[in-house]
Structure formats: C-alpha cells, structure tokens
Design a binder for this molecule. Structure first.
Ligand code: NDP
Length: 246
C-alpha cells in the first residue's frame, strides 16, 4: 500500500512549478489531490489528468490567494469535494524584487496578501478541518535565512513571516497529532526562477552544490513530510537549497 493511500490533499498553486511537482508526488504516494490555480487553467487540467491517470481523484480549483475569500474558500471546497482533508500544502507564492525605495504600496499589499495573508487564512481554515494526524506544509524560501544580495526586502519579509506562523501552528495543533513544517527551497528551476535566467549564475554560485535544484527535489521533501515517517517532525524549518544557507 502506498504511504498516503486514503489521504486527501490540497496544494495551492499546483498548476505549474513546484506545486505541480508536489501534487503529482502526493498522488504517486496514494493521495487524492486538489490544486488551485489563478491563470493557468489548461496547465491545471493537465496536472489533474495526470493525477487521475494514477487512479487518484484530482480536482482543479480556481482560487486567487490574494483574495481572502478564495484563500480560505479553496480549503473548504477541497475538503467538501474530496470528503475531508489530511494535508494542506501552502505553495502558492509570488516574488516582487527591486530596490526598497522603488516598491509601491500595491507591490507590498499584493505580496503580503498572497505570501502571508493567504497562507494564514488557508492554514486557519485547515486547522478547523484537518483530520487528526494531518499535515500543514508551507513553502517558504531560503531568503528567510540568508538574503544573497540587494532587492529582496519585500520577498524576504513575506517569507520570514512564515517562520513564526509555522512554529505557532505546530504548538496549536500538535495535540491532535497534526504537524506543521516550513520547507525553505533555494534556487529552483521554475517559471518564477529559470535556471537559464539573467540572475541564475549568481544564484548557483551561492549554493554549495553549484547548481539550481529541481521541483522534484522539493517534492521529495514534501512527500516525506506528508507521510507517516515524519510524524515526529513539527514546527521546524527544513532547507532544500543545495547548501545556500551553509
Ligand atoms: P511558479 O511561478 O513557477 O508557479 C507558481 C504557481 O503558483 C502557479 O501554479 C500559479 O498559478 C500559482 N499562483 C501564483 N499566484 C497565485 C495566487 N495569487 N493564488 C493562487 N495560486 C497562485 O513558482 P514556483 O514553483 O517557483 O514557486 C512555488 C513556491 O516556492 C512559491 O511560494 C515561491 O515563493 C517559492 N520559492 C520559489 C523558489 C524558486 O527558486 N523557484 C525559491 C524559494 C521559494 P497559475 O499557473 O494559475 O499562474
């Protein structure tokens, strides 16, 4: 039997990048999986088709994490459609980089709405819905630990906020056997941060391994955290960053 057989999961931002790889990994391990997306409906449908080709249930929900109602509502809808919820993966996130003086109020509000408020609201809703022994796994960033150069004030602020939220969730939900963990990726080859992008060489050089990671390498860690083997791992920050923070 697969390790997540009989479990249900929601992965926010599961149409592309790390979220897509995580959704597929959880389905491979046996879970039924809902994903959210904002723009990429076709890509989301392709991920759902792949999940279904593994014999699992797959659901695509259009839900913009920047909107409070969507962020919380996606968790409710996933639990309704899948018949309960065991695993929430807070993956959806955006990056706005630039000199601190150039960032607009709209930039600040949008990044904090998606990367912090949306994660908070989804986690808050999940806290009331998750079955005992559930999982909240949040994708932060290595930039909450070490900012490798200028331009990262807003993004690093948003991802650092998740450290406090994660620890507090672990304390609040531990009595029900629910774990909360924060995964902090280093540079990962996705649309957000392509390994052949203009700043890629510098990012590779910041890692001990001298390269970008893949979305699958992040999904492996999330798959572990979602499974029974990680039942005693909670309230922690786990890096999958090629040694970026070393
Ligand atoms: P991508 O930009 O490649 O993919 C983002 C995914 O999130 C897409 O599925 C997108 O949906 C979805 N999404 C974007 N905005 C929203 C929103 N407002 N509401 C719901 N879904 C949304 O990103 P990555 O895969 O690279 O990043 C995933 C996470 O990892 C993010 O939290 C990011 O901050 C973090 N991260 C990324 C790193 C990297 O180097 N790539 C490094 C460290 C952390 P749609 O397709 O509809 O647009």
């Amino acid at each position: 039997m697969s390790s997540l057989s009989g479990k249900t999961a929601l992965v926010t931002g599961g149409s592309r990048g790390m979220g897509a790889a995580i959704a597929l990994r959880l389905a491979e391990e046996g879970a039924d999986v809902a994903i959210t997306y904002v723009h990429s409906e076709d890509a989301a449908r392709r991920i759902v088709a792949k999940i279904e080709s593994m014999g699992r249930r797959g659901i695509a929900l259009k839900a913009d994490a920047a909107h409070a109602g969507d962020a919380a509502g996606a968790v409710d809808r996933a639990a309704d459609d899948l018949g309960g919820l065991d695993i929430l993966v807070n993956n959806a996130g955006i990056g706005v980089l630039g000199p601190v003086g150039d960032l607009t109020l709209a930039d600040i509000d949008r990044v904090l709405a998606v990367n912090v408020r949306g994660v908070f609201l989804a986690s808050q809703t999940a806290a009331g819905l998750l079955r005992d022994g559930g999982r909240i796994i949040t994708i932060g960033s290595c930039m909450a630990q070490r900012v490798p150069g200028p331009g990262g004030t807003l993004y690093a602020t948003s991802k650092a906020a998740l450290i406090g939220l994660n620890k507090a969730l672990a304390r609040e939900l531990g009595g029900r056997g629910i774990t909360a963990n924060l995964v902090q990726p280093g540079p990962i080859d996705t649309d957000m941060n392509p390994a052949d992008g203009p700043f890629a060489d510098g990012q590779s050089a910041m890692t001990a391994l001298g390269r970008f990671g893949s979305a699958d390498e992040v999904a492996s860690l999330v798959g572990y955290l979602a499974g029974a083997d990680a039942a005693y791992v909670t309230g922690t920050e786990l890096s999958v960053d090629g040694g970026h923070a070393a």
